[in-house]
Ligand binder design. Structure first.
Ligand code: AHG
Ligand code: MN
Ligand code: MN
Length: 340
């Protein structure tokens, strides 16, 4: 039997390392864990509770919202406001930042989140996830919290994590002291430690990319991906291509097995004007903190993701993330074939 090392116990033991901790960071993480259990229940009941399908609305991303996108957003937003630990939050599903109403207790933290990642896969019962990023509030408690509280470089994150609604429900997070994975035991409603101190292999032989966009990528990216399919056993090539279409699921597999996930800019919709898809604040930054804590790397092809100064709440960036050697090899192809 797994030792009953629950997520709550892990969070509290992490808090003990900070003698002056007020307990609000601990409390915030526990609220996020509760939201995770509620969303997991709704995702798993979706087929039976008629939560599937689209809501008919289109979000700020220009994407059709699934009913569960909105449900997951509402669960997280409600619990975050009620926690009293938050000053503001940014959500993929809300055009603007959400400021904790002043008739609620406002705390010293900010959370950016993707309430349901990979949601276009839901109707096919394919794994999805929730991604969260925790930042310290920068506005003073005498000021009104505002969007600059949400728009801080990834290096400022105090914690990051994701919940993976896969064959099991997993909660994977870091507070800057390693990456730790917990698996939900639904019979007791607790996340139990199953993957302590995750380290990602320095080099992996899996790659995740939507090859349907290949013609619309830059030359360096195209050449890099073509070379992954060469017959070069010394470097583990040809690699295996694994692409779920849910970033959290692809990221999690590559984190454990080694490999690289790529979502480059592509010019598919705008010939000559390549555009990125994934969002900096609530997809790239939290996963970048996790992968660096696990010994890997996250880049936009030129810069560390965590060094990018955000220009907008829903800013998009190219994302190359996973095993360090794989990401650095991709960067060398971009440097060699793309004079910036
Ligand atoms: P979201 O469902 O939060 O909008 O994220 C979807 C993202 C990511 O999860 C996935 O890897 C990628 O979009 C898939 O994009 P393509 O369908 O363009 O490959
Ligand atoms: Mn997403
Ligand atoms: Mn989403």
């Amino acid at each position: 039997m797994f030792e009953l090392f629950t997520l709550n116990r892990h969070i509290l033991e992490t808090q003990r390392a900070f003698p002056h901790a007020t307990g609000s960071f601990t409390g915030l993480l526990q609220y996020i864990a509760t939201a995770a259990k509620v969303v997991a229940r709704e995702v798993r009941q979706a087929n039976l509770a008629e939560h599937l399908g689209t809501s008919g609305a289109v979000n700020v991303q220009g994407e059709v919202q699934q009913k569960l996108d909105i449900l997951a957003h509402n669960v997280l937003a409600k619990l975050m406001v009620e926690s009293g630990y938050l000053a503001a939050m940014g959500s993929e599903e809300e055009d603007h930042e959400i400021i904790t109403p002043n008739d609620h207790r406002r705390g010293q933290y900010v959370v950016n989140f993707d309430p349901l990642d990979g949601s276009s896969n839901l109707d096919a019962n394919i794994p999805t996830g929730t991604i969260f990023s925790i930042l310290p509030r920068i506005s003073s408690s005498k000021e009104e919290p505002n969007v600059t509280d949400c728009m801080q470089p990834g290096r400022r994150q105090v914690a990051a994590g994701y919940i993976l609604y896969g064959s099991a429900t997993m909660f994977v997070y870091t507070t800057g002291a390693g990456v730790h994975g917990f698996t939900l035991d639904p019979t007791i409603g607790e996340f139990l430690l199953t993957h302590p101190n995750i380290k990602t292999p320095d080099y992996g032989t899996y790659y995740s990319a939507n090859l349907g966009n290949r013609l619309f990528w830059s030359e360096g990216v195209r050449r890099y991906l073509d070379d992954l399919n060469l017959d070069d056993k010394e470097h583990g090539k040809p690699f295996s291509c694994r692409y779920v279409g849910s970033l959290v699921a692809d990221f999690h597999r590559n984190l454990l097995y080694g490999g690289i996930y790529l979502y480059p800019s592509d010019s598919k919709a705008n010939p000559g004007k390549p555009k990125p898809k994934l969002r900096l604040l609530y997809e790239a930054n939290p996963l970048a903190m996790l992968v660096e804590q696990a010994g890997g790397k996250a880049s936009d092809g030129h810069r560390h993701i965590l060094d990018i100064v955000p220009q907008g709440l829903h800013q998009r960036v190219p994302l190359f993330i996973g095993s360090r050697q794989n990401v650095e090899e991709l960067e060398s192809y971009i440097n060699r074939y793309e004079r910036s």
